[in-house]
Design a protein around this ligand. Structure first.
Ligand code: F6R
Length: 352
C-alpha cells in the first residue's frame, strides 16, 4: 500500500461521504495522539493497592465484553509475543474462567459501566475472594467498585466503547506498570506517538476500504496478531455493519484452503502478518496466498515497525480506519450500533 497526498485522498474519497459520520469519529482519530497521552496519565493519581492481600499478583484477569474487553485481548496478545512468562487471562462471560490463581488480580472493564456480564464477573471475583478493581466511565460498575472499596479508574465517557480503545488500552497498560506487573512503557508510547504523527494511516484505511467495498470479508492472521485480527473483525461488524470471517494460520491450510478450489470472487481475503514470523510460516503464507489468489482477491498486510508495541497499535489503527471508511462508502453511520442497545433493552434490567 502507498502513502498518498491529501489531494489524492480527497479526490478518491469525496467530502460528501463524511456527513454519514454522524458523531464525528474522524475528529477523534485526528486527535489520537492526544487521546493516547491523556489515557496513559489517567491512573496516575489513583491509588491502586490491595491492603487485604499479602502475596504478589501472579496473574491478571481482564474481564469485560465487546469493545471494552478488546483492549485486554490485544494486551494479552502483545505480551504473549514479547514476554510469554506473564499470565494474562480474558474473562468474557457471566462467570470468570474456572481456573484462576488465588493471587490473581481481576480487572473488570466496562466502558458504560452497565454491562451485566461484567457486573456478574465482578460479583464472581468477590465471591471467590479475589483481588478486584474496575475501569469504567461510571454507572453501576463505578457504584459497586466504590461500595466494595476496590480501586476504581474512571475514564472519560460519552463515546462508543470501541472508539474509546485508547482510554481502555493505555489506561490498562499504566495500571499494569503501577502494579509492577509489566515494565515502564513510556519510551515505547513516545515512539508510537512519533510514528502516528509521521505516517498517513488514513490513506491506508481509505485504500483498503475501497478494495473491500461490496466484497465479503475474510481475515486470516498468524497467531502473533490474533488479538489484532479479532479487533479488525469486530470493527468491520460494528462500524461497517458487514460480516467478517476470521481464521488463523497455520490451521486454515488444513481445511479452509479447500474452499478456494471453487470461484470465490465475491470475497476479499486480508492476510495479516508481522515481520517476526518464522521462515517456515512465511513460506506457508506465500504458497497459501498464491493458491487462494486464483479464486479471489487477496491483500497481504505486513505489519512493520521499529518495535512490537508500535506494530500492534498501528495495525489496530489501520483496521479501525478501514472499517470506518468502509461504513462511509456504504453510506452508513459508523457509530450506529443501535441493535446492541435494542438487545440490551429487551433483556431488561439485570439482577444478580
Ligand atoms: C459498542 C461496543 C460493544 C460494547 C459491549 C459492552 O461500541 O463496542 O461491543 O462494548 O456491548 O458494553 P461496555 O463496553 O459498555 O461494557
Amino acid at each position: 500500500m502507498t502513502d498518498k497526498t491529501k489531494d489524492q485522498i480527497e479526490e478518491e474519497f469525496p467530502d460528501d461521504f463524511y456527513p454519514y459520520d454522524k458523531e464525528d469519529v474522524r475528529q477523534f482519530y485526528k486527535q489520537i495522539t492526544n487521546k493516547i497521552q491523556e489515557a496513559y496519565k489517567i491512573p496516575e493519581l489513583i491509588p491502586i493497592a490491595f491492603p487485604n492481600f499479602s502475596e504478589p499478583i501472579d496473574e491478571i484477569v481482564i474481564a469485560g465484553m465487546g469493545g471494552s474487553v478488546i483492549a485486554g485481548i490485544v494486551i494479552k496478545n502483545y505480551f504473549e509475543l514479547v514476554n510469554p512468562n506473564l499470565r494474562i487471562i480474558i474473562g468474557n462471560d457471566y462467570n470468570l474462567p474456572r481456573l484462576i490463581s488465588k493471587n490473581a488480580l481481576v480487572i473488570c472493564v466496562s466502558y458504560s459501566g452497565n454491562t451485566e456480564e461484567t457486573l456478574s464477573m465482578f460479583k464472581d471475583a468477590q465471591r471467590r475472594k479475589l483481588r478486584v478493581m474496575a475501569i469504567t466511565s461510571g454507572a453501576k460498575l463505578a457504584e459497586i467498585a466504590s461500595n466494595y472499596r476496590v480501586p476504581l479508574v474512571k475514564i472519560p465517557g460519552k463515546i462508543h466503547p470501541r472508539q474509546a480503545l485508547p482510554y481502555l488500552y493505555f489506561t490498562t497498560i499504566r495500571v499494569l506498570e503501577k502494579l509492577k506487573f509489566i515494565e515502564d512503557h513510556s519510551q515505547l508510547i513516545n515512539s508510537l506517538i512519533k510514528v502516528l504523527g509521521q505516517k498517513n494511516f488514513e490513506s491506508l484505511g481509505i485504500e483498503l476500504a475501497k478494495k473491500l467495498y461490496k466484497k465479503k470479508i475474510i481475515i486470516y492472521s498468524t497467531k502473533n496478531l490474533k488479538g489484532v485480527a479479532y479487533r479488525w473483525k469486530t470493527q468491520f461488524n460494528e462500524n461497517s455493519k458487514v460480516p467478517a470471517h476470521l481464521h488463523y494460520f497455520p490451521e486454515i491450510c488444513h481445511n479452509e484452503l479447500c474452499q478456494y478450489m471453487e470461484d470465490m470472487s465475491e470475497y476479499h481475503v486480508i492476510i495479516l502478518k508481522t515481520d517476526k514470523e518464522p521462515r517456515r510460516m512465511l513460506k506457508r503464507i506465500e504458497i497459501t496466498k498464491k493458491l487462494i489468489s486464483k479464486a479471489c482477491e487477496v491483500t497481504e498486510l505486513d505489519i512493520k515497525g521499529s518495535n512490537d508495541f508500535t506494530k500492534f497499535y498501528t495495525a489496530i489503527l489501520i483496521g479501525d480506519l478501514a472499517s470506518y471508511y468502509l461504513a462511509l462508502r456504504y453510506r452508513r453511520n459508523p457509530s450506529d450500533d443501535s441493535i446492541i442497545g435494542t438487545l440490551k433493552k429487551e433483556l431488561g434490567p439485570w439482577t444478580s
